[in-house]
Design a binder for this molecule. Structure first.
Ligand SMILES: NC(=O)c1ccc[n+]([C@@H]2O[C@H](COP(=O)([O-])OP(=O)(O)OC[C@H]3O[C@@H](n4cnc5c(N)ncnc54)[C@H](OP(=O)(O)O)[C@@H]3O)[C@@H](O)[C@H]2O)c1
Length: 311
């Protein structure tokens, strides 16, 4: 997609700047990185504030019980909480990830900050209920903040259960996910017709299809937006390998390519939170730093796309 396809209207953007200003809060003293502010956005359904950088767990947390790998992941999780992180996203689809999250949460400081998000990924009402109960046990928590229907799978059945669970206080928010640009038409139909609190899909500086319909629709419907695959599973870094970060990245407090990619995403007005995945402490610190300081404005976002496409 080139710049001509870039379709954020000025009106939308001005509104978003006002919203962004309203949601940039001072972080608690321990979290003020170089006197920068932790960036928060609000969940439209309730006005609850969330830090814009969350954490994914696909593949990175799907490991065995090797103590060395576990203790490295424990440090990754601790770096997440220590730098203001709250939202962790997982799924029963991610092998051992939910069990590992549970094991590491039990050792983590500040785990009371957790905003727990997982998914239901099976067919049938009873199987769905069993799977969600198993997930609770694996994470070792009493309730999920957000339960999402993974990849639209048997969504009519699970949506009924999720509404009941929300009414009973067993979950706080309902959501649905897709990725890689799949099922967008069907997802749009669902978003138009069903009240949901969250929607999750892929969006990054290379793959900006979601700007055309999904992001505006989610904003119009008052849904919080989680963004997966912010680094195209890491392939974006290959494209910029050996390339210097432009000097003007400093204008929005950006010191690395990781921060460049994440700040591009969370500066979109409709995006609530992005969920990069990493198994490395230094990458986690890098990712979390994107959640502090200034964000690019509309003109800067265009410049970022231009620059990235020129590489
Ligand atoms: N349908 C769905 O619901 C769906 C689909 C896809 C993904 N998701 C969710 O979205 C999350 C994120 O997507 P993803 O895991 O596919 O891909 P991603 O976050 O775009 O990329 C992950 C890759 O980026 C690398 N990385 C992370 N931070 C880095 C940094 N600062 N510098 C350099 N490299 C870095 C990681 O390697 P290192 O470990 O070496 O850092 C890893 O290989 C998933 O974990 C999952 O929770 C949901």
């Amino acid at each position: 997609m080139n710049l001509n396809d870039y379709r954020m209207s000025r009106r939308t953007f001005v509104g978003s700047v006002a919203a962004a200003l309203a949601t940039v809060w001072l972080a608690p003293p321990g979290l003020r990185a170089a006197n920068k502010t932790l960036i928060l956005k609000t969940i439209p359904a309730t006005g609850e504030a969330l830090p814009v950088i969350g954490m994914g767990t696909s593949r990175t947390f799907d490991i065995g019980s090797d103590e060395t790998t576990l203790s490295e992941l424990a440090r990754v999780l601790q770096a997440f909480f220590d730098n203001g992180g709250k939202l962790i996203d997982s799924s029963p689809m991610y092998g051992e990830a939910e069990r590992i999250i549970g094991e590491l949460l039990s050792r983590a400081e500040h785990r009371d900050k957790l905003f727990a998000a997982t998914k239901v990924w099976t067919d049938g009402e009873q199987a769905g209920i069993r799977q969600m109960e198993e997930s609770l046990e694996k994470w070792g928590i009493r309730r999920f903040d957000l339960m999402q229907i993974h990849n639209l799978r048997d969504w009519r059945t699970h949506l009924k259960t999720l509404r009941e669970w929300k009414a009973e206080g067993k979950i706080r928010y309902t959501g649905i996910t897709t990725s890689h640009g799949r099922f967008h038409r069907e997802l749009e139909e669902i978003l138009r017709n069903e009240p949901l609190d969250f929607v999750q899909f892929s969006y990054n500086i290379e793959n900006r299809i979601a700007e055309e319909r999904l992001l505006p629709l989610a904003a119009e419907r008052g849904m919080a937006v989680l963004i997966n695959r912010p680094y195209q599973r890491g392939t974006l870094f290959r494209k910029v390998k050996g390339k210097a970060l432009p000097d003007w990245a400093a204008e929005f407090d950006c010191k690395s390519w990781g921060q460049f990619f994440l700040k591009f995403i969370v500066s979109h007005p409709a995006v609530t939170c992005v969920i990069p995945a990493t198994a490395k402490v230094h990458h986690m610190k890098d990712n979390m730093a994107a959640g502090f300081g200034r964000l690019p404005d509309e003109a800067m976002r265009k410049r970022m796309v231009d620059y990235f496409e020129s590489l």
